[in-house]
Design a binder for this molecule. Sequence first.
Ligand code: HSE
Length: 326
Amino acid sequence: MKKVNIGLLGFGNVGAGTYETLYMNKSHIEKEAKVDIQVKKILVNSLDKPRLVEAPQELFTTNADDILLDKDIDIVVEVLGGVEPAASYMKKALENGKHVVTANKAAAADQFEDLVSLAEKNKLTIKFEGCVAGGIPILNAITTVLKANQFDEILGILNGTTNYILTKMADEGLSYDNVLKDAQEKGFAEADPTADVDGIDAANKLSLLMALSMGKYVHPSQIPTVGIRNVTLEDIEKAQQDNKTIKLIAEAKIKDGQLDYSVKPMALDNEHPLARVKNEFNAVFVKGNAVDELMFYGRGAGSLPTGSAVAGDVLRTAQIIASHRR
Ligand code: HSE
């Protein structure tokens, strides 16, 4: 069986979920995909920290070059979070002949064009599924089976933390601060939840979605963005009285050849399919000129759902590598 070696940059929530997915389904992956995927090394900050998931101690390193310069590593999986050093590590991996899979939307959206052109220049792949809407395979769908469409509308709930907070505020009348703490404990919110609650995380995801579905890259800092910090229980109750639900909506629309985009709280009619998306669940509504309207729904955050998306990209990349090694 063809063996493909992985180097994992990061072993937090998503890194551990990726590792767990690859190993709990190892025999299934070997049987179905006919490829033996081995995690060869894992970059961590500290060798002594307790781990979310067990892995052999000899896999861990604190030196990124042990992965980026290891000739036996075929795929670098970057799940560090934050723009730097993650973006530089991905570039170094591509410069050293390694395919890249990332779930780091901040780095991917910030440096999308550089990363994609570096991958193309080196005849390598870079995959982003874990960056957008956790376990929902939206990027794979729009870049494979839906590729024959032109998309003129995307509407999404792309951040699990804010959707969880808004749901608990609306359904249980809980305060914003209490629910945020709960979301962090459950592993949805980023360590620094500013990116979640201020809409920056959703803007990063919208940037990647627009680039991959509409062929138009917009840096996340150029997307008009308002978060949920100022949404009060009174706003939510007022919306409820009008049969509406407040959601943080990422939107991109092409009208008369003009692309408009934003991230902001919107009061949706309760009948709107996105109004019914609760807790940390995400949903992405897209409209293609052949397929018409589609809606994708699933867990937008969390260790195993995001690990599933990353592991899927790893598997696909491993199959490409294996097919070239005939
Ligand atoms: N903090 C993110 C969220 C994690 O809440 O959606 C998944 O990208």
